[in-house]
Design a protein around this ligand. Structure first.
Ligand code: GDP
Ligand code: MG
Length: 384
């Protein structure tokens, strides 16, 4: 292991992957989730050579998927020269290491894939710190497991193993680093909180974009603010930082619109926790714009996942407008989606973030909310 970085061995460059999803009979669609995992891997330039699904009532405690299935995968991997197995769920360290032994492949879980993408997209020091924190938190349980395993076998790995104490030292080093990152992020949190307090004092109306990754949040901010420097990309999680712009209403008055990291199925809890500082921008907003890609296969499914994440952020009760985006790609489907959303009691506006179609209605709807919010309060002014 020549180039070790935070416990991730970079000397092993997986080339081809086999993905595997387990259908536990829950409402979540295994195939849709697997499609997404394949796309996540594409974002890391890793091609998928096979998809495997399995039906089970509960995960196998020691291997997650059944051991028979693991054997099958091993055989296929030999034929197809796949070296990486990605399980579309959360694996505990024992399951991961058992699966590695059974299949003789490198084994990742969905969380690890998402974290790798976040790592490649983090550019600012705040985003980098948050990703680093999430990775350490993810790594800690497996280190504990390793230490435990080694103390039981009484030896190290290989001929001259590092021994338990070295793992202990490594673990303590990580814990110290976690503490120092947490302190630095606490400062960021405080700065953000102070800024939000100032806005509140100045009665600035704040609106936050939320939604599934790739739904068009950044495009919407870019078009509304006419700031074409804002990054828009057809890739997952291109935005990991909060970008805030002031948007003016035609007849006067304005609001602040913020864009931040998008959501996805099974977003690793370590990432949600580490990105608290960024995501507080969402829970402190006066209004949410919940952006939906109406050309997606399963827009309502996405909506439900976004709502679940909002509950985690304690932002589910904030006033919101559902913005049905990309109507240029899904004219006929939007009527049906709109009907379903109205049945869910949602307020809807349809837009095309690329061309600006529907923006007048969107701005009018946001303005209506600012009036509601400012009843008995002085007019909104002094946007910072
Ligand atoms: N056809 C079409 N594409 C869009 C629209 N809005 C965004 N996109 C595309 O969707 C992709 C993701 O957009 P982005 O704003 O980065 O999504 P985000 O992850 O939610 O911030 C980009 O390729 C955009 O050009 C739209 O209204 N119509
Ligand atoms: Mg974005």
């Amino acid at each position: 292991m020549s180039r070790q970085k935070r416990g991730i061995d970079l000397s092993i460059k997986p080339k081809k992957a086999i993905v595997c999803g387990v259908d536990f009979g829950a409402a979540d669609d295994t195939e849709v989730s697997l499609d997404e995992l394949v796309m996540l891997l594409e974002n890391l330039n890793i091609p998928t050579v096979a998809r495997v699904t399995q039906k089970r009532n509960t995960p196998d405690p020691s291997t997650f998927i059944g051991s028979g299935k693991a054997e099958e995968i091993k055989d296929f991997a030999l034929k197809s020269e796949a070296t990486l197995l990605v399980i579309d769920d959360f694996l505990n360290p024992t399951q991961k290491s058992n699966l590695q032994k059974l299949t003789a492949m490198t084994v990742w879980d969905r969380s690890f894939v998402i974290m790798k993408i976040f790592e490649s997209r983090a550019h600012t020091s705040e985003a980098k710190l948050q990703v680093e924190l999430a990775q350490y938190r993810y790594e800690i349980p497996s280190l504990k497991g390793l230490g435990h395993q080694m103390s039981r076998t009484g030896g190290g790995i290989g001929t001259r193993g590092p021994g338990e104490t070295e793992f202990e030292r490594h673990r303590r080093k990580i814990e110290r680093r976690i503490k120092s990152i947490t302190l630095r992020l606490d400062e960021v949190k405080k700065r953000r909180r102070d800024r939000r307090d100032r806005r509140k004092k100045n009665r600035v109306f704040t609106v936050a974009l939320v939604g599934y990754t790739n739904s068009g949040k950044s495009t919407l901010l870019r078009s509304l603010s006419k700031d074409f420097g804002i990054l828009v990309a057809n890739q997952l999680f291109s935005t990991l930082d909060t970008v805030v712009r002031k948007i003016s209403f035609r007849e006067g008055g304005s609001f602040l619109l913020s864009d931040t990291v998008g959501f996805i199925r099974k977003l690793p809890p370590e990432l949600v926790a580490a990105f608290r500082a960024t995501l507080e921008e969402v829970s402190s907003a006066n209004l949410l714009l919940l952006v939906i890609d109406s050309s997606d296969k399963d827009p309502i499914g996405h909506m439900e996942i976004v709502l679940k994440t909002l509950i985690e952020l304690e932002a589910e009760d904030l006033p919101r407008i559902v913005v049905l985006n990309k109507i240029d790609k899904a004219r006929s489907e939007t009527d049906f989606i709109a009907m379903e959303l109205r049945a869910m009691d949602e307020e809807i506006v349809r837009v095309c973030a690329l061309t600006g179609e529907g923006f007048e209605e969107l701005l009018a709807t946001i303005e209506k909310h600012t009036f509601k919010n400012s009843q008995d309060k002085p007019a909104i002014s002094n946007v910072e």
